[in-house]
Design a protein around this ligand. Sequence first.
Ligand SMILES: *Cc1c(COP(=O)(O)O)cnc(C)c1O
Length: 435
Amino acid sequence: MPNLQRIPMSSYQQPDASGHFGPYGGSFVSETLTHAIQELREAYARYQNDPEFLAEFHYELKHFVGRPSPIYHAARTSREMGGAQIYLKREDLNHTGAHKINNVIGQAMLAKRMGKPRVIAETGAGQHGVATATICARYGLECVVYMGAEDVKRQSPNVYRMKLLGATVVPVESGSKTLKDALNDAMRDWVANVDNTFYIIGTVAGPHPYPMMVRDFQSVIGKECIEQMPAMLTEQKVLGGQPDAVIACVGGGSNAMGIFHPYIPFEKTRLIGVEAAGEGLESGKHSASLQKGSAGVLHGNRTFILQDDNGQITETHSISAGLDYPGVGPEHAWLQEIGRAEYVGITDKEALDAFHYLCRTEGIIPALESSHAVAYAMKLAKTMRPDQSILVNLSGRGDKDIGTVADLSGADFYCRPSCQGQSVKGGEQPIKVVK
Ligand SMILES: *Cc1c(COP(=O)(O)O)cnc(C)c1O
């Protein structure tokens, strides 16, 4: 591996000084937060190319996260599809099981340097909450995680994980009691406690500089791939240095921006984002903000959002909690508009089929989010030649999802002793209990 520390964070395309990607992005915050946002912008500007900051970031990525994550040739899957070679970037092998840790390390390092002893975060499925609680334990920071009361019930293993790691989990009872309500309460907390508190946002959303900053921290994924792919392709005797297509699932869009961004200058490589089509793009039950949404302001930035005629955010749906968000990072809206990236949908059923397929064929249990990217790669591979290649960002492992999958498949599933014989729907992950 080359010395990634020497590649500045900002070596690729940037938003303008006010954080705009074309007409998207920017900063829509209340006056009470203007100062905090300005302070964060200045801190990131100061540290983003600072050699000592970068050295610590890459030390943490190597020794705490276990980077670089490998690229794996899914040879059996590729052979069975009969088309392009499919490669998986194994973000599922990171400490805490997904890409989210890359970003929280960067932001927690900024919190330390800015002298903020208290960290807050919002979480939906709990993955970002767990990553944040993890790094706060590592750095001795106080950690408060806002989580919709519904999600607290549905995701109790992750709630307990956060508690084990020393975090305080605050159930949010307002609105639909899910992620967007947790975001609102985290914002309110930040307004009240700006002096001592750093808000760690979990995806490429929020007001400037978050979309740029989170993307920069996650770009380690794509930077590694650009080094790893030529070697992989030579080993497999496939022509060409870089993949013909890079595919990633898109919730808020951070794992996708992380792998896409360094590939933007590689014009021969197609960039394909996979949104959750839920029960179908025409069903109204999906989370496909880029394909079915329209421009509007949500959580501090202008982007594509799912809204009704009155600008009210509409209910979203996906089998995977991590993709179940009514907005998307503003840079994706821009990449779609300029045609540099394409966005497609994969339904709950297709994702679930890909989940089972990867388990049985490659010995890898993928996150349901990542299964969306795998499902599209399998479809696309069939339309390509065996000397072509597809790189999939396998954003996380699926251990967190096995209860959901067991329930959907009507399978028996282990549960803790105290719920013997009980249906634990709504109390634990929705799982069935071994009788
Ligand atoms: C949170 C999560 C996602 C979705 O978030 P992005 O910001 O779109 O990357 C995808 N995959 C996994 C495994 C996640 O935990």
